[in-house]
Design a binder for this molecule. Structure first.
Ligand code: ADP
Ligand code: MG
Length: 493
């Protein structure tokens, strides 16, 4: 259990506990849609990726995409969930202009994946802050299209490119108790999906969005009535929506009111939730088994193939980095949080050797992350390859480059994409231990600062750093610092 103090909302009549359950819609990574061969590429011209099935032309029949089913099963396995070898698709009937079929194909009664769990760490450095969040189910369903409304003149447009794209709906139990826990849950889920390769986790492009269920209660009381805030598309917004919604509910309850179960919308501009529709006005979807589709039956071979295709997952990797590579809990957590980072780091170690794990991990976290942050780039867009990073670290290890020079070389690598060895050769950036040159520089520095030399000899020891700095400057940063130290001591004492 968490060692942090529990999150509470302090009302005028006492403290309230917040209860959160999330329904995350994750777009399945697949070239084609759930029941048609149309492409799922993001950013295409409106209505250029719509098959006759997606447009619901009369007489068209859906054909399940095996890859989407495989991705849902692999995801379920990664969440330690029960995989249902027999599942079925249902029709959820409603009319909306972005849904030409007049129903969404989904799985209400027999989802493909049952109960599972996700372990979150509230403090990434501390295994004792772990908490398990239950997963209720994962089912497959179709996405709808997109409507766009113009005011002047007033027109509405529909883009059906997303229509029929496969979504996994991942439903949590109401196990979260603070905005931070919900944030950690979404980040962890996103991390696992990206490791598995079943969803790219791109929240800006809408590949992952959450319906946020929130209720409040006095500690120890049964669950309160929840509201559901639809389609929130960033971790920050999810956390803000919970905070806003929980305190709104507390205000109502403390004022003697009751919470109505309703669907709400998150308004990011005003940072508040707004009522969309109450449960009383909600549709009766008249679910029934889709007569166009056979039940999905998963063979043992298919299941075995799904399982053997799973990569090492973030928790296992984090523990291995600590136990086998000797990394600190913090470094292990940071390097395994995203699959691209872990891949890059492992490629680096592959070149460098595992005995350099600690130095390599520090370099990736401070220097490489720092640079990518400055450039606004992700790991997969790194201008420096793992092989180049390994070469740079080797040049430091064999004494060719000092720490200062290595930073200089790294900056040039970022700008030019050149290999560090070549940069060192071409720009003569090698560190030198040439005592003659260093002694000459020291002589110059001491001559130019005779007053300070006198002060130093009079007992102002702190001036030593000044002399080191001046000598390094005179050597254009290329002198071996330990040789400089040694020769300076000799010259001064
Ligand atoms: P629906 O499909 O109508 O939204 P579900 O039973 O599938 O209903 O629940 C949806 C989500 O609501 C789940 O993630 C669940 O954890 C969450 N939930 C259920 N009850 C509560 C509650 N009292 N407070 C907060 N979340 C809740
Ligand atoms: Mg719901």
């Amino acid at each position: 259990m968490s060692s942090l103090s529990p999150y509470r909302i302090q009302g005028t009549t006492g403290a309230w506990e917040v209860v959160i359950g999330l329904e995350v819609h994750a777009q399945v990574t697949s070239k084609a849609k759930l029941f048609s061969g149309a492409s799922t590429d993001f950013g295409a011209e409106p209505n250029s990726q719509v098959s006759l099935v997606d447009a619901a032309m009369p007489g068209m029949l859906p054909v399940p995409n095996r890859e989407c089913i495989r991705q849902a099963v692999r995801t379920g396995m990664a969440l330690d969930a029960r995989i249902n070898p027999w599942s079925r698709f249902d029709r959820k009937n409603y009319f909306y202009a972005d849904l030409p079929q007049g129903y969404q194909i989904s799985q209400l009664y027999h989802p493909i994946v049952g109960e599972g769990e996700i372990t979150i760490l509230l403090d990434e450095k501390d295994e004792a802050s772990a908490k398990k969040i239950g997963i209720e189910r994962i089912h497959l369903e179709q996405d709808a299209g997109k409507l766009m409304h113009d005011q002047h003149p007033s027109f509405s447009y529909v883009d059906l490119n997303r229509c029929g794209v496969a979504l996994m709906e991942i439903v949590s139990r109401p196990d979260m108790r603070s905005p931070e826990e919900a944030g950690a849950y979404v980040r962890k889920l996103r991390s696992i999906l990206r490791y598995v390769g079943s969803c790219d986790g791109n929240m800006e492009q809408g590949s992952m969005r959450a319906d946020v269920n929130v209720s409040v209660r006095r500690e120890g009381e049964p669950l309160g009535t929840r509201t559901e805030t639809k389609n929130v598309n960033s971790v920050r917004f999810i956390m803000a929506a919970i905070e806003h919604e929980a305190s709104r509910q507390v205000d109502i309850l403390e004022g003697g009111g009751t919470i109505v179960q309703e669907t709400r919308l998150w308004d990011p501009d005003k940072s508040e939730t707004r009522s969309l529709r109450s449960k009383e006005e909600a549709h009766d979807y008249r679910y029934f088994p889709d007569p166009d589709l056979l039940p999905v039956e998963l063979s043992d071979e298919f299941l075995a193939d799904c399982r053997s295709s799973l990569p090492e997952l973030p928790d296992a990797k984090r523990r291995r980095y600590e136990a086998e590579l000797g990394l600190s809990p913090y470094n292990a957590a940071v390097l395994t949080a995203d699959v691209e980072t872990a891949r890059w780091f492992e490629a680096l170690l592959g070149q460098l050797g595992e005995e350099h794990s600690q130095r390599a991990s520090n370099w990736v976290i401070s220097d490489l992350f720092g640079a990518l942050n400055r450039l606004g780039k992700g790991m997969e867009e790194s201008p420096v390859t793992p092989a180049q990073g390994a070469e740079l670290l080797r040049l430091v290890a064999d004494g060719t480059l000092s720490g200062t020079l290595a930073k200089q070389v790294f900056e040039i690598m970022l700008e030019t994409g050149d290999d560090p060895g070549r940069i060192v050769e071409e720009r003569a950036l090698k560190q030198t231990s040439d005592t003659g040159a260093i002694e000459a520089a020291i002589a110059e520095v001491l001559a130019a600062n005779s007053d300070k030399v006198a002060d130093y000899r009079g007992g102002k020891d702190k001036l030593f750093g000044f002399f080191v700095g001046q000598t390094m400057k005179a050597m254009q940063g290329k002198a071996n610092p330990s040789v400089v130290n040694e020769l300076l001591k000799k010259a001064l004492d």
